[in-house]
Design a protein around this ligand. Structure first.
Ligand code: GRG
Length: 297
């Protein structure tokens, strides 16, 4: 099947499954919380992390409830991070995925709590899945990996480094690599690795996918930085130029744009080569990596 059609089908399946969550509030307070969480969860998005999880899992087994719930959990964590990232105390953004950010609609207090809600619900779903699954240890191993990458030694320390270096003048590429690897790369890595872990991949294959995930994560952030300069606002769903406006240091602010593009291309090619070393049919993932290089949103 054509790559774009397969992507569309995968995204639709994930969208459908996300819509089944948080539908039975107990009272009006619960409903307010669920409404805010659902607003961001169902507010578009490429669903890259769940797609990576599912495609990685497919290399080692079937896509069953365990794989699907792991994928949904990853998207919940990703959505929480976006809600918190947009807050006035962080990036103070008004638009996300083409719509007003969560705090613009529900207020800052509800936005913080909705992010907290999504983060906790993600692990709740993973733990409940482990309890009823035919392979609980594999689910716990995946959940443990996700929590490490999304936590203080991964995405959160990446965000901390990003905030603290904003106050420094002499930021270098090494520091940017640290930020990109943790803030963006860690959850992308966790998506590929978690899919592999729940379907029983070998240690060696998990290690290969981990390297692929970090490469891809850094590349993803480079493209994100380029889109903030050269992107089309209507496709991006948010204004461009915010990095320059906020005097934010990114790869394209430190080296030539053409050099950043070359680096992104090299990272994609090395990710695809690593994928081949798994000795499996990795055509879809490879096509996905090519698409991420030329994505417009
Ligand atoms: C406040 C305790 C606390 C933690 C927050 C905010 C945060 C931790 C981390 C921020 C992580 C972050 C937002 C990284 C940026 C990664 C990135 C490029 C996001 C955009 O991802 P896409 O393009 O978005 O996949 P869509 O909308 O398509 O899902």
């Amino acid at each position: 099947m054509e790559f774009k059609l397969k992507m569309k089908e995968s995204k639709e399946l994930i969208d459908q499954r996300l819509k089944t969550l948080f539908n039975s509030p107990d009272n009006k307070y619960h409903k307010s919380l669920y409404d805010s969480m659902k607003y961001s969860l169902e507010c578009g998005g490429k669903r890259l992390r769940p797609i990576l999880c599912i495609e990685s899992a497919k290399l080692f087994g079937d896509v069953d409830e365990v794989v699907m719930n792991t994928a949904l959990g990853l998207e919940m964590i990703h959505t929480y991070s976006l809600i918190h990232d947009d807050l006035p105390s962080m990036d103070n953004d008004d638009l996300r995925r083409g719509k007003p950010t969560n705090h613009k609609v529900y207020g800052e207090d509800m936005a913080i709590l909705s992010g907290d809600g999504l983060l906790n619900s993600s692990y709740e779903l993973l733990m409940k899945t482990a309890l009823v699954s035919d392979r609980p240890l594999q689910v716990i191993e995946a959940a443990s990996h996700i929590s490490m990458r999304a936590g203080v030694d991964g995405m959160i320390v990446g965000q901390v480094a990003d905030i603290l270096t904003d106050r420094e003048d002499d930021i270098n590429l090494e520091t940017l690599d640290y930020i990109n690897l943790n803030k963006t790369g860690a959850l992308i890595e966790a998506s590929l690795v978690a899919g592999a872990l729940v379907n029983g991949a070998s240690d060696n294959d998990v290690e290969i996918l981990s390297q692929v995930g970090f490469n891809l994560g850094i590349c993803f952030q480079l493209i994100d930085d380029l889109l903030d300069i050269e992107g089309d606002e209507s496709k991006l769903g948010k204004p461009i130029g915010s990095d320059a406006k906020n005097n934010k240091k990114t790869y394209p602010s430190l080296i030539e744009i053409e050099e950043v593009k070359k680096l992104a291309y090299k990272l994609t090619e090395s990710s695809k080569a690593l994928l081949l070393s798994l000795g499996k049919d990795t055509t879809f993932l490879s096509d996905l990596f090519d698409y991420l290089l030329v994505r417009e949103s």
